[in-house]
Design a protein around this ligand. Structure first.
Ligand SMILES: *Cc1c(COP(=O)(O)O)cnc(C)c1O
Length: 365
């Protein structure tokens, strides 16, 4: 492959040269003070990505993919004496319900079809009827379809009932708005290798400072007990277990790069420009979006496969040109393809992608 491959899947992303170079910076022991210092700097920088997080939230950094951080958040903060209500309209919402079940935490699920928005009227009725619900778990950007769930509206309902929001922000952190006060967010989980443009291997949870004082339940996991991490990371900077040291170098660099480029707002604007450009080419080729354009995040859009073109054929044709797209999940597998806008995608890459799409797709009929 002459060109560097361009990843249009929802993480991991194509790294910038600056971040990739950081991966090989040094061999460090995770139990030495220089790594403790790096960990503290990363936790500070993570909380600084959004101004109102910095004021009231502590980050905890862990080694593992985004799923590990979401599961650690639920294992650590979903109570055992009260119920957590999961709002599910895709794979990742449904996964949170599986995690709560695996950890034996009382919960209910407000299930939706994957193409539906979260029904806030139903949420309100459920919270009014069942006063044992103290926590609500929701995915911010449901990557299954590309839908940006309306955290403000969901958060307002939760706030009115005093329910704490636990958010899977894995594919939105760093590129979509997170108004933690307005949305009544108690904790959120995310990863290094999506909108932050770091390397895979590290993920993190940010939670309100007061929540770190005492665990609401007895820990049912050793590795996923975030209170153990918080105690040592915010005391000495050390971590209970071996961290992905190269990924930490990359994440620190990626956070510096995000700052240099103007922060999450600039990143969202960049993704929106990429989304608009790709969507215009696909519309020209007669390809429909799965959701209405206004429902999408800036991060990823989903498209209906044109009749007569299989996902595999489209994927393989694009792969030959150096682009990796992503399939739909579950029942959507045979119906859609997804294109994410994260990572180091430059203008010439976009030009080549748009030319390739125009060439490969059959065009309007
Ligand atoms: C990518 C993603 C995850 C976690 O995926 P990993 O493969 O474990 O990194 C969780 N939730 C959402 C919304 C995601 O997009």
């Amino acid at each position: 492959m002459a060109q560097r491959p361009i990843l249009l899947n929802p993480g991991p992303v194509t790294l910038t040269e600056r971040v990739r170079a950081a991966l090989t910076r040094a061999d460090w022991c995770h139990r030495e003070p220089e790594f403790a210092q790096l960990t503290r700097a990363i936790n500070r920088d993570l909380a600084a990505v959004y101004p109102d997080l910095g004021a009231g939230f502590d980050a905890v950094l862990m080694t593992g993919s985004g799923t590990a951080a979401v599961e650690a958040m639920l294992a650590s903060f979903a109570p055992e004496a009260h119920r957590t209500l999961v709002l599910a309209n895709g794979v990742y919402g449904e996964r949170m319900a599986k995690m709560l079940a695996a950890h034996g935490r009382p919960h209910g699920v407000l299930s939706h079809r994957w193409t539906e928005p979260v029904d806030t009227a139903r949420l309100e009725r459920t919270l009014a009827e069942d006063r044992s619900i103290t926590h609500v778990a929701v995915v911010h950007h449901e990557t299954t379809t590309g839908r940006l769930n309306d955290l403000d509206a969901i958060g307002r309902v939760c706030k009115a009932f005093g329910a704490r929001l636990l958010v899977d922000a894995v594919s939105s952190f760093g590129a979509e708005q997170l108004d933690v006060a307005e949305c009544n967010i108690a904790a959120l989980a995310a990863t290094a290798n999506k909108c932050l443009h770091g390397a895979p291997g590290l993920s993190f949870v940010l939670a309100r400072r007061e929540l770190w004082q005492a665990p609401p339940s007895r820990a049912v996991s050793v590795y996923l007990d975030l209170f153990g991490y918080h105690r040592v990371q915010h005391d000495s900077g050390f971590s209970p277990f071996t961290q992905a040291v190269p990924a930490a170098f990359a994440l620190a660099e990626a956070l510096a790069e995000l700052r240099d480029e103007g922060g999450w707002l600039a990143r969202r604007a960049l993704y929106r420009r990429r989304a608009a450009r790709i969507a215009a080419v696909l519309e020209q080729a007669g390809v429909r979006t799965l959701l209405a354009p206004s429902e999408y995040s800036a991060v990823l859009w989903s498209y209906v496969l044109p009749e007569g073109l299989s996902y595999t054929a489209l994927h393989d044709a694009l792969k030959r040109e150096g682009f990796v797209i992503y399939a739909g999940q579950g029942d959507l597998g045979a119906q859609i393809f997804r294109i994410a806008h994260m990572g180091d995608i430059r203008e010439p890459d976009l030009d080549r992608l748009c030319a390739a799409l125009s060439r490969i797709l059959p065009g309007p009929r």
